[in-house]
Design a protein around this ligand. Structure first.
Ligand SMILES: [Zn+2]
Length: 126
């Protein structure tokens, strides 16, 4: 069962505003270099770290993971775009829950070339 605690929702909102410019940049097709610079400027992240995130695959999936972890979310639900272009290896992962600390061999959703899969946060009901 999914439950979004009110405090997380509020935190998500304030956090989102900080990341907004970066997401916007991705949507508008800004270069990874510009996104990196934005990240450094807006979040105070070190340049080295931003660069590392960029090298390890899609900066957007890394950002989603960071955002979830900052919210106290340690698990995600793999969600494909549910069409014929989804690769077989990702179709198999659809709906499965993984821990960020123990992500699947293919990496985080959205990391593979042209991958449009996303990670949905899973909230523990404790
Ligand atoms: Zn995919």
């Amino acid at each position: 069962m999914l439950r979004i605690p009110a405090i997380s929702a509020r935190f998500e909102m304030s956090f989102s505003s900080r990341w907004k410019a970066s997401y916007q940049g991705v949507k508008n097709g800004t270069s990874p270099k510009e996104i990196r610079d934005e990240l450094v400027k807006r979040t105070g992240m070190s340049e080295k770290r931003a660069k590392y995130m960029d090298q390890t695959g899609s900066i957007l999936s890394q950002m989603t993971a960071e955002r979830h972890k900052a919210m106290g979310v340690s698990k995600f639900n793999w969600s494909t775009s549910n069409d014929e272009k989804v690769r077989d290896s990702h179709n198999k992962l659809e709906g499965q829950v993984f821990e960020y600390a123990n992500s699947p061999a293919v990496g985080l959703p959205g990391t593979d070339y042209n991958c449009r899969c996303t990670a949905n946060p899973v909230f523990d009901d404790d």
